[in-house]
Design a protein. Structure first.
Length: 159
């Protein structure tokens, strides 16, 4: 199973808020902060605005109004980006199948996960995994004899 991540997204992720001050304000907000904590610690759940509001003890209307103003996105869109950030990390760092990662990220089907991942990241999960592991790719090319040495420089790839 991929590692659980309860920390704030690292810089450069799709889930990142507008800036550090905004991140701190969102976390400190009495309505949005608890909602973010729940989303980040339980991304696999099938959250709706109503269920998220109930889990954090606020009204659905209050959460629906305050979340986008504070975070810059709806709870559903923010959760999707968070799930894709986690999935990208798992694809890079774990050997679990795409199907297993899709279930861990909260998707009922690999197809739905793949479509969401491609929409958010611009690349299908399998291709993302292959491109995010250059050391493995280079080792595999060596093993298949697709890398040849040219002169005294670095190896060149047969294309």
């Amino acid at each position: 199973m991929p590692p659980r991540s309860g920390h704030w997204p690292r810089g450069g992720t799709a889930c990142e808020l507008r800036g550090t001050a905004d991140q701190l304000a969102a976390l400190a907000d009495p309505v949005v902060g608890p909602a973010l904590a729940v989303l980040y610690t339980q991304p696999e759940r099938d959250w709706t605005v109503a269920s998220l509001a109930a889990a954090t003890g606020v009204s659905r209307v209050t959460l629906a109004r305050r979340f986008p103003v504070t975070v810059g996105d709806t709870p559903a869109a923010h959760l999707t980006h968070w799930r894709m950030d986690l999935a990208a990390q798992w694809l890079r760092d774990c050997d679990d199948s795409v199907a297993a990662i899709s279930r861990t990220a909260g998707y009922a089907s690999e197809y739905a996960f793949s479509r969401a991942f491609t929409r958010v990241r611009g690349i299908p999960p399998g291709r993302y995994r292959a491109s995010s592991r250059p050391a493995e790719r280079d080792r595999d090319e060596h093993a298949r004899g697709q890398v040849k040495h040219v002169g005294r420089g670095a190896p060149a790839t047969n294309l």
